[in-house]
Each structure stands twice: as structure tokens, then as C-alpha cells.
Design a protein around this ligand. Structure first.
Ligand SMILES: Cc1ncc(COP(=O)(O)OP(=O)(O)O)c(N)n1
Ligand SMILES: Cc1ncsc1CCOP(=O)(O)O
Ligand SMILES: [Mg+2]
Length: 540
């Protein structure tokens, strides 16, 4: 049987490994369980097997694949693929060169290549459509399955760079599967986030080993994966994710929800912000807990209306931060991420990028330098952790905010003299292969909140960090009928208006701290957004 290349379904690509079989299972029983429940492509990858045994195993697996009319790909071994007339071969960068493999296989067989960076895409594009049919994009996340990996995990952002290169070098024919550390808890996020910047391409499928091969119940494991791949919405927090234009009424409703639900806002934050952030949280009818205890994050995340503020000015160990992200993602509770000093040092860059790869953030909030750096639009490395106070071009800031929102499927907030809020969540919708149907970052709705200069805001510590507390309170307090974008925009509007009000009442930076908390308390409890001084307009 010859499979027409355009008919190959890459959506759920099982790669075998008989070293991880649970007791009572065999290579063939796991493969058949997968095929029965939605695996669409199989690759036999047995790195520690002698050739004779490998050929025999491949023939057994081939029989099962034929029964389910699913192509069989052979890992590395072109000779074995030819010997058994398999449907294709997958090779990596250090295996037999692609042109040689294609010459041996002939034009009709499926040929896959491992790709980890744009320069490798440029090479395959130069070879043209008769060489590589699909690429394995990875390693996406850490995995124990592939021994001695030569490169560190690339994360969704690395996959985006590869997808962008396929578009840039016009390798339109080439299909893609993500691979490496893929499991039910990250697959939806990967499909959502791994979209080319032109919105035209997302991954055509996901490829995995241990989630099925090591599963005691491979049928159930495959069914779960199939359900996620055939789904269309990633509801990563329990509230409405759709695009709206926030109004006085909708913001008033958000504040009423916060007031009645009194969210628990866990702060993992820097020492300077802790006390002020706790008082801001209390002023906003919410309940702060400044906890960096890894063993309690799961318990805290399960408290009704729990909300996490993760401010990487914190000195908590990265394992604690990862545990907190996992805990809140696991129960669909919101995480506000504040990548303090994002690229000011290599240490901060590495820490923040690791965390950005590790989980789904409901809101990413930063000053203009941090957001420009995240969007890779910054001209030079940030200095320290203060926003670059220079006159920023609003078009550049809006663009950066939209790019961050798009790439991380989040609500992005860029703070400065005027604040930008962009919604990149697409109502949580995702789709294999077709990306966002051509919608790009610059198509995203972006709101501008301004109230004129408030210079004294920069003369106190933790004023920016405390906007993070405010956002965490508002999104934590939402009911399932509350709208996320309304909550974030409402938080920014309230905070800006309170800052302006406090600046008219204070005698200096010392009293400004106090006046700011008073103003937040007053505006929150009055709940009259129509009287707030800050203005809201849609940029595009
Ligand atoms: C679908 C898919 N993607 C990537 C790989 C890795 O192949 P390679 O880089 O050759 O590494 P080994 O699998 O040979 O260890 C793959 N096998 N399948
Ligand atoms: C073969 C391969 N290539 C890159 S990661 C990997 C193994 C993926 O295994 P798992 O799905 O168990 O993480
Ligand atoms: Mg290989």
C-alpha cells in the first residue's frame, strides 16, 4: 500500500520505545491500543535493539499498521525501511544526509527530518518539495526518553521560530509535528502558542513516546490525547475569554464580583513589594498571602477564587516557581506574570524564559522596557529593572504588547505614561495546521489607558509591581460568567485613576504611598468607574 503524501494525517504520531513498557504489555499491544484509539502515524524507534530483532519487530508492527491503514515510519534505519518496504523513514541531523536517504527511498516514501532551528529549515527549503515531507520540531520540553539530547529544549517560542522560517523560506509543502515532553497538560497550550507570526501555520500534529508507550492503559491515554487534538478550545481559566470592549457597566460588574468573592491572592514576589502589595490587595477587598512554600502551593491554588501573582523579582527557588505555575494551571486558576527586569541580566533572561515556557499565564504585565524585550523589539539590553523613561513611540509599544499577547496566548499589559492592554487569547480557540487563519498580532484589539503624566508614581517602590497585585485581585475575583479582558482593563483603569488621585492629595513620595492605598480603597468601594479620571480608548 502506498500512502499519498497529502493524505498523511500527522495529528497523533506515536513513536515506539519498548524499554518503557509497563508489565503485562508488549510493543505490539501498546501500538495496537494506540491505533484503535486514534493514533494516525507510527514510527518504530528502538535504539537499543540488534538489527535482526529490529527487523522482526518492525515486521510485526507493520502488520498491525496495515490492519489500521496507518503508515509506518522507521527511525534512522534506511536499510530496514527498504528491506520491509516501510512507508517512510525519520532521520535526524546526525543521521544519514537527507539527499542520500531520498535517493535510496525513492520519491513516493515519506521522509521526516528532525529540525530545531531556522537555518535547518532554510536548508530543507533549498532542497525543495521532493526531499523532506515533514519535520519533527523539538525537543519542545525536557524529556527522559531521548538519551543525551544535543540541544536544550526549545519551548513553544523555539517552535514559533521554526514555523516562521517555513513561511519565510516558502516551504509550504512541509508538514510539522511537535515532539519532546508532550503530555495532556501541555498539548493544548502548545497547539495554541505554536503559530507562525503571519497566523497561517500551526503544528500539523504532536508526536510522543512515553505518554502512550509507558501507559498502563494505553487505550485511555490515547483517547485522552485524541480528545485534546480534536478539541477546539483551551479553557485555561474558569471565566469568559472572548474579546469585548470594556464598559462602565462591565467593569462595575467585575468589581462587584471581586467584592463578593474576596479572592485569595498568593504573591510570590520581591521583598520590596511584599508589604505594599499585601496592603494594596486588602484595599481591593481581597485576601493576600505572601507564600513561597512549595509544599502548600497546590492547597492554596484549590482555595476558591485563588489567584497567583508571580513576580520574578522574587528570590524563591525556580522549582518553587514551577510548582506554583503547575499547581494553578492544573486547577484552571489565573496566574499574573510580572517578568521583572526581563532582559537586564542573563540570569533574569534565562529565568523568565524558562518560566514562560513552563506554563500558561493569564496575564503578562511589564513596563515598556520589559514588554519591548519580550517582543524582541528592544534596541538595547534593559538597564536595571526600571522602565526606560525616554519618550516611547506609542505605535511601537502597542505593537510590542500585541506581539507578547499573540505569542503567549495571553492578555498582555504594558505600563508607562499610558498603558496598553492587548488580548491574544482568541477566546481560547485552537486548530491544528491552520494557525489563527491568518490573523496576526497587529490585528489584536489593544486598549490604551491614560491619565496624563504621574511622575511621582516612579518615585515610590513597588508601584509597578502593585499593578500586578491589582490585576491578580480582579481576575481572581471573577465568576465563570465574568470576562477576563474586562477584568484586566478594569484593573489598569482603576490603578491609573487611583495614582492620579493620590498624586493630587500627597505632599511627597512618603505620603503618596499612603494616599495611593487610600485612593485604591476609595475607588474600589465606591465602584463608580464612570467617575474615574483615566480614559480608555481602543487603539485600532
Ligand atoms: C517525529 C520525530 N521527531 C524527531 C525525532 C528525533 O529523531 P533524531 O533527531 O534522529 O533522534 P533519534 O530519534 O534518532 O534519537 C524522531 N525520532 N521522530
Ligand atoms: C525521539 C525524540 N526526539 C526528540 S524528543 C524525543 C522523545 C520524546 O519522548 P516523550 O514523548 O516521551 O517525551
Ligand atoms: Mg535519528
Amino acid at each position: 500500500m502506498v500512502f499519498a503524501k497529502n493524505d498523511v494525517d500527522y495529528s497523533l504520531y506515536l513513536v515506539t520505545d519498548s524499554t518503557m513498557l509497563p508489565p503485562g504489555t508488549t510493543l505490539c499491544s501498546q501500538v495496537e491500543a494506540g491505533l484503535k484509539n486514534g493514533v494516525t502515524l507510527v514510527q518504530i524507534r528502538e535504539k537499543d535493539t540488534e538489527t535482526r530483532d529490529f527487523v522482526e519487530e518492525a515486521l510485526e508492527v507493520q502488520k498491525i499498521c496495515k490492519k489500521y491503514k496507518v503508515p509506518l515510519i522507521i527511525n534512522d534505519r534506511v536499510d530496514v525501511a527498504m528491506a520491509i518496504d516501510a512507508d517512510g523513514v525519520h532521520v535526524g541531523q546526525s543521521d544519514m544526509p537527507i539527499p542520500m536517504v531520498r535517493k535510496l527511498l525513492g520519491p513516493s516514501k515519506i521522509l521526516g527530518w528532525s529540525v530545531g532551528k531556522p537555518s535547518e529549515v532554510e536548508t530543507l527549503a533549498k532542497w525543495g518539495p521532493d526531499m523532506v515531507d515533514y519535520i519533527g520540531v523539538g525537543t519542545l520540553f525536557p524529556t527522559l526518553t531521548k538519551k543525551n539530547p544535543k540541544k536544550s529544549p526549545m519551548g513553544p517560542q523555539g517552535a514559533i521560530a521554526v514555523l516562521d522560517a517555513l513561511e519565510e523560506f516558502k516551504a509550504i509543502w512541509c508538514r510539522t509535528v511537535g515532539i519532546g515532553g508532550l503530555h495532556p497538560d501541555n498539548i493544548q497550550r502548545v497547539i495554541c502558542q505554536c503559530v507562525s507570526s503571519n497566523g497561517k501555520r500551526s503544528l500539523d500534529g504532536i508526536s510522543l513516546v512515553s505518554d502512550i508507550m509507558a501507559a498502563p492503559d494505553a487505550c485511555a491515554a490515547t483517547k485522552r490525547l485524541r480528545g485534546l487534538l480534536d478539541g477546539s478550545k483551551y479553557q485555561f481559566v474558569d471565566c469568559k475569554l472572548n474579546e469585548t470592549f470594556p464598559t462602565t457597566a462591565s467593569i462595575q460588574s467585575v468589581i462587584s464580583q471581586v467584592s463578593s468573592n474576596r479572592p485569595l491572592v498568593q504573591h510570590i514576589t520581591n521583598k520590596v513589594h511584599q508589604n505594599f502589595g499585601a496592603n494594596v490587595t486588602l484595599a481591593l477587598g481581597s485576601s493576600p498571602i505572601m507564600s513561597e512554600i512549595e509544599s502548600e502551593v497546590s492547597e492554596l491554588a484549590r482555595i476558591p477564587n485563588a489567584s497567583l501573582l508571580l513576580n520574578t523579582g522574587s528570590v524563591a527557588p525556580i522549582e518553587t516557581l514551577k510548582a506554583a505555575i503547575n499547581a494553578y494551571n492544573e486547577v484552571n486558576r489565573p496566574i499574573t506574570f510580572d517578568p521583572v527586569g526581563y532582559s537586564a541580566t542573563e540570569t533574569r533572561l534565562c529565568l523568565n524564559n524558562t518560566l514562560l515556557t513552563y506554563g500558561q499565564f493569564t496575564c503578562i504585565k511589564g513596563n515598556c522596557s520589559e514588554i519591548l524585550s519580550l517582543a524582541k523589539l528592544n534596541k538595547d539590553r534593559m538597564k536595571g529593572v526600571d522602565a526606560n523613561s525616554g519618550n516611547m513611540d506609542i505605535n511601537l509599544l502597542v505593537r510590542a504588547t500585541q506581539i507578547v499577547a499573540f505569542q503567549y496566548r495571553t492578555i498582555a499589559v504594558c505600563t508607562g505614561e499610558f498603558d496598553c492592554v492587548a488580548n491574544g487569547i482568541f477566546d481560547g480557540k485552537y486548530k491544528l495546521s491552520s494557525g489563527t487563519a491568518g490573523i496576526t498580532a497587529e490585528d489584536l484589539p489593544c486598549m490604551i489607558i491614560e491619565d496624563g503624566p504621574i511622575p511621582i508614581m516612579g518615585d515610590i517602590t513597588a508601584s509597578g509591581c502593585s499593578l500586578g497585585s491589582t490585576i491578580a485581585c480582579f481576575i481572581g475575583g471573577l465568576n465563570s460568567t465574568g470576562n477576563l479582558f474586562d477584568a484586566v482593563v478594569g484593573a489598569v483603569l482603576l490603578y491609573k485613576s487611583a495614582g492620579k488621585l493620590a498624586s493630587t492629595r500627597c505632599q511627597g513620595s512618603g505620603s503618596f504611598h499612603v494616599q495611593l492605598i487610600d485612593a485604591l480603597y476609595q475607588l474600589f468601594h465606591e465602584n463608580k468607574p464612570e467617575s474615574w479620571s483615566a480614559s480608555l480608548k481602543k487603539f485600532n
